[in-house]
Design a protein. Structure first.
Length: 172
């Protein structure tokens, strides 16, 4: 409404400012038109484009997002995401929770995911709790694997701890 009053007031005072006020409403019109079409396509766009943490980045702390993340650097902390891709040069030290986890690099800690995939370059040191899992030939994995219908909501991790203590008993 302010632009309308300015447009009305400006032509009464000077004809030159009236020309300046005319482009302002035109500039507002494309802005009003542009966000409306972008709002509906904008919702799917974040899901297709993951946040990328580059190889020169080191984070100490937890990460949480409802979207997708691709990690190429080092993370010392827990990660929760919708889809998580751990790149060839990446190292994650902490618990990983995601609907879909793709490991190409190194994870030291527990992995919990509905779909878990370890590529041939993956190195995982920790337990994996999953609904479905795929391990490519050449992947390195040390830990236990447990299938659960809903691995993200159930703890189930305490059940995995006793086998480590059983090894300590047989060793001593």
């Amino acid at each position: 409404m302010f632009s309308k009053s300015r447009v009305t007031e400006t032509p009464n005072r000077n004809p030159a400012p009236a020309a300046e006020s005319e482009p302002a409403p035109m500039a507002e019109a494309p802005k009003d038109k542009a966000p409306a079409p972008q709002q509906s396509p904008a919702a799917p766009a974040p899901r297709t484009t993951p946040s990328v943490l580059s190889s020169d980045l080191t984070i100490k702390g937890d990460l949480q997002t409802a979207g997708d993340v691709q990690i190429e650097g080092q993370i010392d902390g827990d990660i929760r995401a919708r889809q998580l891709t751990i790149g060839d040069s990446a190292t994650v030290r902490g618990e990983v929770l995601a609907d879909e986890v793709i490991v190409n690099g190194r994870v030291i800690g527990r992995l919990r995911g509905v779909k878990v995939r370890l590529s041939s370059t993956a190195r995982v040191e920790g337990d994996i709790i999953h609904k479905t899992i795929a391990i490519e030939s050449g992947a390195h994995f040390e830990g236990s694997v447990q299938r659960q219908e809903d691995p993200l909501s159930q703890g189930g991790t305490k059940k995995l701890a006793p086998p480590a203590s059983d090894h300590a008993k047989t060793g001593g």
